[in-house]
Design a protein around this ligand. Structure first.
Ligand SMILES: [Zn+2]
Length: 856
């Protein structure tokens, strides 16, 4: 009982404190505020921190300040998936705001080695970008932006005048508006007028999937390299528009912590980023320390978090001549919460976030010329480093998946990486790169360091603990052949510069009134085409064997996975179908050929049983507790955004009353936690012909519930010994993790799950330590790791041993059809190369013949 009474006294004190919270609580003492500038409370209807601000009110307040203050303008840079505007409130002195475009253009000169020598840094304002709450449920961050914006637009006096004269400050009030809206709605709806501090109360634990992620449940703080979401595409574009010198990234961590600011763990920084970045980050850190000391808040640095993965909000700036700073406040996920040692209030968390905003600005002003110089030097030395590298550039071929190739180039261009058409044909490592489908990325360009991180595989690391993934080789994720070139090879490689990503234009060719239409499965959007055709009510068939069609003296070869639609009423009566085909070709960028006959010159004819009629997929994905929202979100995004396939998302708890007969595919991406009766319903459905796709942890579930026999390989043992030091335990545990690495697989090009591929080797991404032995079905392991599988990233020799020759995708010999995908084919929506395996399972799972080991 004693344990309960003691904190209660502290809680009482905190309640009193909370009740008295006013704007003064947050703001520095001794500043006078312009009465013409509205306070946050006058617009949002409550004091900051009393309730969680919703995104609409937050945005409205920023726009109101832009309207009322001659120090501020609002610049929109995009819209979230749910249509919420994203933007920066740009704040500077009225005189600077008058000539803001001139300041911006002048500033951009320093990050361009061609013009930076002539830039006069002494008079130039520093650009400081304040980024709040990329995780929507870390909302002390977004709520602090209200105070920052008010302070900078309403504050008066010499100190603020100095800030406004020498700095342009960009306030990005909510980096993830859709997540913020979900979270604020949640915590506000469970807030009592008398605040509950008990962490067990529902206010503090959001319903699945929570507000951390964006609309498709992606972590936007991992998307800065991938750029698969409108929030990041716009934000990165705005980054290059301003090239800020400091970028803050305000987050929350576990409730039982204090406050963290960078520098993080020194040994885990990415080696492509010059060490000066860390030195200046530490110097800026001394300002945070002093400011947090002054309000009595606890904090720590250097013990955790790192910027090794460059696709985070605090790391992306580091590899672009800027300083990215991660802040982590102990998160309440509510309004007032018991923690060890007392309670913390939401206003307290907001005040910490605002306080380090002030220290960032102060440091930025003091270190202005030094930071501007660092940015200038960063890009000048990048060129010199490139000169010293044996690698002079990278050549890549987009092969016969021109859409994925276009997406890859689009990504490079969004990162301001210079890409050229191949100036000459070259062969390297057994691959020919021709001027028609190949491109060249020279090493010597201002983004040299970033280019290296995207193209250069790494398997040796200074530290073996990773906060995030250990590698992100983009051409591998797109399954694009590429090679590093030396000086002689690179000479003459740069043809004309690519200014726009090339995407294929679709067309319908062949007979005017075809007997049948054919298209191949190699293009990334072929599945979208197939779904459009099925949705239009036409029957499509898939070729399980190749054939050659010769018409008018021209032979065309069609391989595994070719889709055929025939005209049931014969040639000449198909204007309607021809119209549909032309829409499909147009939208999907594919070539559809109209054949005038079903008789081929070799291989199967068009009426062959080897062209199997397909049923339109009707997909049910289980969601809710037990399922990884990240992985389910990747699947939803893939099927919905890329392929326009609707997905029914159902919690397992509803299975008992749902009719399963309308679905032919059920996706299980985790442990859905079903009742035994629901398991039996799924089993019945599976035996009646439905396809189960088990994804990652879903394989543990199908194995435990005897839908498939899966032989998991035991984890690698930890280092032996009984007298180990307690202090080393977490490092030793991390030793055998696979933090996200790239491995090589060999695929069976004749297998329906591998239709569309043309090369037998396929790079895959693994973020799990799980490894699985190939199963007893002789045709059931179409994708398996090679004997020397590690391509890039961290992996211990023990794990390489476990992974070599193991299965990546399996089809099981069970009464029902179960396809196992053991790792991340859809990782962060950037793995265009392997998401095809997933979508093949959706479309072609139904044609897999059940090879029972008992009936051979
Ligand atoms: Zn966060």
């Amino acid at each position: 009982m004693k344990r309960i009474f003691l904190p209660a006294i502290v809680i009482m004190a905190a309640v009193t404190l909370h009740a008295q919270t006013t704007l003064d609580y947050f703001l520095p003492a001794g500043v006078v505020y312009n009465k013409d500038i509205p306070t946050p409370a006058s617009y949002i209807g409550h004091e900051v921190g009393e309730w969680h601000v919703t995104h609409d009110k937050l945005l409205g307040y920023m726009k109101l300040l832009a309207e009322k203050s001659d120090r501020a303008v609002w610049e929109e840079y995009g819209k979230s998936w749910e249509g919420r505007p994203l933007g920066n409130l740009i704040i500077s002195s009225p005189a600077n705001i008058e000539r803001i475009e001139e300041i911006r253009l002048e500033h951009l000169k320093i990050s361009d080695p061609a013009s930076s020598s002539s830039a006069d840094l002494s008079a130039m304002p520093i650009i400081i970008k304040l980024g709040y709450g990329v995780h929507g449920n870390e909302s002390s961050a977004q709520n602090a932006s209200l105070i920052s914006a008010y302070y900078l637009t309403a504050g008066e006096g010499p100190e603020i005048d100095k800030i406004l004269e020498h700095a342009v400050i960009l306030i990005d009030p909510a980096l993830n508006p859709d997540g913020l809206q979900r979270h604020s709605t949640w915590v506000n709806m469970y807030r009592g007028m008398t605040l509950t501090t008990d962490p067990a109360s529902r206010e503090f634990s959001e319903a699945w999937p929570g507000g951390r992620t964006n609309h498709y449940w992606f972590d936007l703080n991992r998307d800065y390299i991938m750029l698969q979401h409108p929030e990041s595409v716009g934000r990165v574009e705005a980054f290059y528009r301003w090239m800020p010198n400091i970028n803050t990234d305000h987050h929350e961590m576990g409730a039982n912590s204090s406050f963290f600011f960078q520098p993080g763990v020194q040994t885990r920084n990415n080696p492509v980023v010059p060490i000066e970045n860390q030195e200046l980050t530490a110097l800026i850190g001394s300002y945070h320390a002093r400011h947090l000391d002054s309000i009595g808040s606890l904090y720590y640095t250097e013990e955790s978090f790192d910027d090794f993965y460059l696709g985070k909000g605090s790391a992306y700036p580091d590899v672009h001549g800027s300083i990215g700073i991660l802040f982590e406040q102990a998160g309440l996920k509510g309004h007032m919460r018991e923690v060890p040692g007392g309670v913390i209030t939401f206003p307290f968390a907001i005040r910490n976030q605002f306080t380090v905003t002030l220290s960032t600005i102060e440091a930025g002003l003091d270190m202005r010329v030094r930071l501007l110089n660092m940015q200038k030097n960063f890009y000048q030395t990048a060129l010199r480093e490139a000169d010293g590298s044996p690698v002079r550039g990278y050549v890549f071929s987009i092969g016969n998946d021109r859409t994925a190739g276009g997406k890859f180039i689009e990504n490079l261009l969004r990162h301001k990486i210079a890409v050229y058409q191949c100036g000459k044909t070259i062969s390297k490592n057994g691959e020919t790169y021709s001027t028609t489908d190949s491109y060249f990325v020279p090493a010597k360009q201002k983004e040299y360091r970033f280019v290296r991180s995207l193209f250069e595989p790494v398997t040796r690391f200074a530290d073996t603990v990773f906060y995030d993934i250990s590698t992100w080789i983009l051409p591998m994720s797109f399954n694009i052949s590429y090679a590093a070139l030396n000086n002689a090879e690179a000479s003459g490689m740069a043809g004309s510069q690519v200014t726009e990503a090339p995407f294929p234009a679709g067309k319908v060719t062949g007979a005017e009134a075809p007997y049948a239409w054919l298209f191949e499965w190699n293009e990334y959007l072929a599945p979208r085409a197939l779904y459009m055709i099925q949705k239009a009510g036409l029957t499509a068939r898939v070729a399980t064997k190749p054939f050659r069609l010769t018409e008018n003296g021209t032979a065309r070869d069609y391989t595994y996975g070719t889709i055929m639609v025939h005209s049931p009423e014969g040639a000449g009566s198909n204007a309607e179908i021809q119209k549909i085909m032309s829409q499909v070709a147009d939208e999907c960028g594919i070539e559809i050929y109209g054949a005038s006959t079903g008789l081929t010159s070799s291989g199967i004819d068009l009426g062959s049983n080897e062209l199997i009629a397909l049923t339109m997929p009707s997909v049910l994905m289980l969601i809710d507790e037990g399922i990884s929202s990240g992985e389910a979100g990747e699947i939803w995004h893939l099927l919905d955004v890329h392929y326009n396939i609707p997905v029914t998302m159902m919690p397992a708890s509803r299975l008992a009353s749902a009719s399963l007969s309308r679905y032919n595919v059920i996706i299980i991406a985790g442990n859905p936690g079903m009742t035994p009766a629901a398991v039996e319903r799924v089993r019945e459905w599976n035996r009646a012909g439905g396809t189960i796709i088990a994804y990652k942890d879903g394989n543990r579930w199908v194995s435990a519930n005897k839908f498939a026999e899966i032989d998991f390989i035991e984890n690698a043992p930890l280092p032996e010994g009984s007298d180990k030091r307690y202090i080393d335990r977490s490092k030793e545990r991390a030793l055998h993790q696979i933090p996200g690495s790239i491995f090589e697989t060999r695929i069976d090009l004749t297998h329906p799950l591998c239709y569309g591929y043309s090369k037998p080797l396929l790079p895959v991404f693994k973020s799990e330590v799980t490894a699985v032995r190939v199963n007893g079905n002789p045709y059931g392991n179409p994708v398996r790791h090679t004997a020397a599988p590690l391509l890039s990233g961290y992996c211990t020799p023990e794990n390489i041993e476990r992974i070599k020759n193991s299965a990546f995708v399996s089809v099981h010999s069970s009464p029902g059809r179960v396809i196992s995908i053991y790792d991340d084919t859809n990782f962060r929506a950037i793995w265009y190369g392997t998401s095809r395996l997933f979508v093949n399972a959706v479309f072609f799972g139904q044609i897999l013949r059940q090879e029972s080991r008992y009936d051979q």
